[in-house]
Design a protein around this ligand. Structure first.
Ligand SMILES: [Zn+2]
Length: 136
């Protein structure tokens, strides 16, 4: 029996499913939505807003169902693609960074990848150069 690696698309006899990949993104617009300051304890969720008149790729950033900001325009296409591709994603606040007008959060998802890619991704994540070699 063989599987297809979701990273290199090659066949592998065994896939690793516990590889958590994380991709940093910026949240903006809080000053228009109650000046929320995100904390480590926030349960952050993301929601597409296809009706947004300024940006069809807009993604709302919510905490407990309340809309506090948006994924920055520079990041929202990439994060949107990841949301569709990895619906079981999780937004982590472990490495949260708050700036004056923006906040940096982690988009985390697990991949089914082969051993070779697993080694590569772990190294790349540590260096902060993931998502994928083709993006570089
Ligand atoms: Zn692979």
């Amino acid at each position: 029996m063989s599987f297809i690696c979701s990273s290199c698309k090659e066949e592998a006899s065994q896939l690793y499913t516990d590889t958590i990949v994380s991709s940093l993104f910026i949240v903006v617009g809080m000053r228009f939505h109650g000046n929320h300051k995100f904390t480590k304890y926030d349960n952050v969720t993301l929601e597409f807003e296809p009706t947004n008149q300024y940006d069809e790729n807009a993604i709302k950033v919510m905490v407990d169902g309340i809309h506090w900001g948006y994924v920055a325009k520079d990041n929202n296409k990439c994060i949107g693609d990841l949301m569709r591709q990895y619906p079981k994603y999780h937004v982590s606040t472990d490495r949260i960074m708050n700036y004056n007008l923006s906040t940096k959060l982690d988009f985390e998802y697990s991949q089914n990848i082969c051993e070779k890619c697993s080694n590569w991704v772990l190294g790349a994540t540590l260096l902060g150069i993931y998502p994928s070699p083709s993006d570089l």
